[in-house]
Ligand binder design. Structure first.
Ligand code: ATP
Length: 443
């Protein structure tokens, strides 16, 4: 990406997202609602495609990981057992002078306001991040339930049902994608820290012996995903081992991405020992041990977890894709000037192939051609404005291929395919278009 001041770059991404209908504030006509976001048509196409890549990589391309879609609200005791009701919170303090609120663990000097330098701070207070609701007819303490704060807990609860139903034996993993809710005190940086977000988590159940090898394996796999599937440059990624480990954890590492506002956690890979299973065993009073038929022993499975926020991943994909280049677009009927372009990998681009008739008279021909590809790729028919403007519009939403149907197409049965990054144009016979695009788009 061209060098730009960070705020400007982030502001441009946020404004592009709104302008082109990727992501905008929830409840905007009421002034917005902090920490909640809506994905418009291109945003949801991008988000679904990113999720799809994760699911393919983590579940469908493996024999040892299966899927789950659990309820968002589960028995309130689950969150007691997991520790979320009693301990899941941030320690915050407020500056009495400028009224800024801080997470104490993120302040360089917890006695001094990071914003205005004042020493007049409120004492640190704990805020629980669980979102509450009531289930049943009476709104009292006995009917409190929680929106899940992470998607992994139901995976632990369903471990044995899934094991029995699938006849899976250790080691194997269970993956889930779904909404999580946290009453974040300071939602910020666009969708990076939201109050409602989607998580993609995989819990890998194994024997304790050999579990560190699985931890290393999954760390490497997740790292490879960012490089090979999302095509992030290696210098934008960074492994950050946790300085302080939870008492039950053997190892934990974050994969961080360099956002325009600085390095931020994308994903955590955690060795959680038998903590989760033993907590649920204790609170549910059920025997959750696994019978290992290979050596006839019973034990609680050890868990290695990979956990990432889908919205955060999508934000990283957007930041990584955003670019402005000085485009030699005279041949496309435009002046040479700054071209905004999203360099998405074709697999996740919201529109993979756009179909453009050169003239209004060819609209139907372009549409007929597009219809042959509906459901195969994510497509769009773009009929308004001169062709140069339409190419720019497609660049701005990251469409990797534009197929232009012109008057010659009526004679030679060929179309012009324009590639987003190089802006190179190639004449392709309509007969061979599917094979050509399959290779480029589907890989
Ligand atoms: P942080 O330190 O940023 O609050 P965390 O360590 O609490 O994150 P986890 O509980 O390990 O995060 O959650 C796993 C992943 O879920 C994170 O790596 C991140 O991608 C995503 N995530 C967590 N909280 C949020 C949020 N408020 N908004 C968006 N994504 C989130």
């Amino acid at each position: 990406m061209s060098e730009q001041p960070i705020d400007t770059c982030m502001e441009k991404i946020v404004s592009l997202c709104k302008r082109r209908g990727f992501v905008f504030q929830s409840s905007e006509i009421y002034g917005g609602f902090n920490g909640f976001w809506d994905y418009g048509p291109y945003g949801i196409a991008l988000k679904r495609a990113v999720e799809r890549q994760w699911w393919l990589y983590m579940v469908e391309k493996r024999n040892n990981v299966v899927g789950l879609d659990s309820s968002i609200i589960c028995h309130p005791k689950v969150w007691k057992a997991s520790g979320h009701v009693d301990r899941f919170g941030d320690i915050m303090c407020d500056c009495k002078k400028c009224k800024t609120r801080f997470r104490v663990d993120q302040m360089p000097d917890p006695t001094t306001c990071t914003n205005c330098g004042s020493k007049d701070l409120t004492p640190p207070r704990e805020f629980n991040l669980m979102m509450k609701t009531y289930v049943g007819p009476v709104f009292d303490e006995d009917h409190i339930a929680y929106l899940r704060a992470e998607t992994c807990q139901p995976i632990f609860l369903d471990f044995h049902s899934i094991r029995i139903a699938t006849r899976m034996q250790l080691p194997f993993g269970i993956a889930q994608v779904g909404k999580a809710f946290r009453n974040e005190i300071t939602p910020r940086m666009f969708t990076f820290r939201s109050r409602e977000f989607s998580q993609m988590e995989m819990e890998f159940f194994c024997a304790d012996e050999g579990s560190m090898e699985w931890f290393e394996y999954w760390r490497q796999e997740r790292w490879n995903f960012y490089l090979n599937v999302l095509k992030f440059p290696v210098e934008k990624l960074h492994l950050h081992p946790h300085d302080k480990l939870a008492h039950y954890a053997k190892a934990a590492v974050d994969i961080e991405y360099e956002f325009p506002f600085g390095w931020g956690e994308l994903e955590g890979i955690h060795h959680r020992g038998t903590w989760d299973m033993s907590q649920h065993q204790q609170f549910s009073e059920q025997d959750l041990q696994y019978l290992d038929q290979s050596n006839n022993t019973r034990y609680l499975p050890t868990v290695v977890e990979t956990s990432v926020g889908l919205d955060r991943m999508v934000l990283a994909v957007l930041c990584n894709a955003y670019d402005e280049d000085r485009a030699p677009t005279q041949k496309e009927g435009m002046e040479d000037d700054v071209r905004v372009v999203l360099h998405f990998p074709a697999t996740v681009a919201p529109v993979q192939v756009a179909f453009l008739p050169l003239s209004k008279k060819l609209n139907q021909n372009a549409q007929d051609l597009q219809e042959k590809f509906l459901g195969r790729y994510r497509t769009e028919l773009d009929v308004t404005g001169n062709i140069g403007k339409r190419y720019r519009r497609q660049d701005e939403i990251g469409t990797p291929y534009c197929v232009t149907f012109d008057f010659d197409s009526l004679e030679d049965n060929a179309v012009t395919v324009r590639e987003r990054d190089s802006m190179a144009q190639e004449r392709i016979p309509i007969e061979g278009l599917r094979a050509y695009l399959d290779e480029k788009v589907l890989g």
